[in-house]
Design a protein around this ligand. Structure first.
Ligand code: PBG
Length: 330
């Protein structure tokens, strides 16, 4: 007995006594192979261009993108997700540069594939927003609304040119209804039955995408609320999951990560395919900005956020810190 009552019968603190003990009993571990590096490549620049809202991230030139891919392989990163940034004058209403076999994304896919072959899983964003002059993820109808089915035809063409360029995985991110099914058909009909689909299953309309819009030079005015999901809905993402699986998704993704860990946990429970989470630009920017001000410990905050995403159920995490973190884990 202590002076004030009985001694505790259980002492969970015993397993927290030393770093070695804590490491041994860790339930979740980050591994370099969990990580996927999103990367931007911009047409027509001689030097990598910094992205002011994402300190440490750049719009790559074709050359520096190749280098970044090699560094990712050396660090043990699993994959790279490529985003193309075309010349401004190549943007048009239909997003033509997105289906040009010599468009910047297709060129970048070929470059990276030639450089690292199959040592890295090469993925590509399959969406029109980087290529349209109005900035929407699809084409517009006469009233200026995003036309779901006309957009699907464009996505089918994108799938084919990206697969022709040598991508391993396409990531349809536009949140059009039926996009996974159409992309699967397009791939199968063009001899690309081995190319996988990482479906953006639960993609929420998010203020945290802000820095990405700078990263891809998006010309969007307004928002994407008629196609991206509303933050208020959880059940809806389970319906999106069922549809994506039915349409042939090989892997599914939740995005953003940190404000939607409950959605991630539910999807990870329900899905019988690998589940990815995208730690997006705003999640990156918040940590970098607070760290720059000396308000948080940057490295610890990064690992804590990534561990939380893993604990919530992610098998893979897209993160702009992928190479740095993978190096640290090695
Ligand atoms: C759409 C797309 C977006 C992101 C990835 N794919 C932007 C959007 O939907 O507005 C955001 C990624 C990030 O914020 O890091 N092509």
């Amino acid at each position: 007995m202590t002076k004030y009552g009985s001694f505790p019968g259980a002492r969970p603190r015993r397993l927290r006594t030393t770093p070695a003990m804590r490491r041994m009993v860790a339930e979740y571990r980050l591994h370099p192979a969990d990580l996927i590096l999103p990367a931007f490549v911009r047409e027509g620049i001689g030097e990598p261009a910094p992205i002011s809202a994402m300190p440490g991230v750049v719009q790559h030139t074709r050359d520096t993108l190749r280098k970044a891919a090699v560094e990712a392989v050396e660090a043990g990163v699993a994959g790279i997700m490529l985003f193309g940034v075309p010349l401004d004058e190549k943007k048009d209403a239909a997003g033509t540069a997105g289906t040009d076999p010599d468009g910047i994304l297709q060129v970048a896919i070929r470059d990276v594939r030639a450089e690292v072959g199959d040592d890295l899983v090469i993925m590509s964003d399959l969406c029109l927003d980087e290529y349209t002059d109005h900035g929407h993820c699809g084409v517009l109808d006469a009233e200026g609304r995003v036309d779901n089915d006309a957009t699907l035809e464009r996505y089918a063409e994108m799938a084919q040119v990206q697969a022709d360029a040598g991508v391993h995985v396409v990531g349809p991110s536009g949140m059009m209804d039926g996009q996974v099914g159409v992309v699967r058909d397009a791939l199968d009909q063009t001899g690309h039955e081995d190319v996988s689909i990482l479906a953006y299953t639960a993609k929420y309309s998010s203020a945290f995408y802000g820095p990405f819009r700078e990263a891809v030079g998006s010309s969007l005015k307004g928002d994407r609320k008629t196609y991206q999901q509303d933050a208020a809905n959880l059940r809806e993402s389970l319906r999106e999951l069922a549809l994506d699986l039915e349409e042939g998704a090989d892997m599914v993704m939740v995005k953003p990560a940190l404000p939607y860990l409950d959605v991630l946990a539910r999807i990870a429970d329900e899905a019988d395919v690998p589940v990815a989470a995208y730690q997006i630009s705003g999640e990156y920017a918040m940590v970098e900005a607070a760290a720059e001000k000396g308000w948080i410990d940057r490295d610890k905050a990064i690992l804590e956020a990534l561990t939380g995403i893993k604990r919530a159920g992610a098998d893979m995490i897209l993160t702009y810190w992928a190479t740095e973190v993978a190096r640290g884990l090695k």
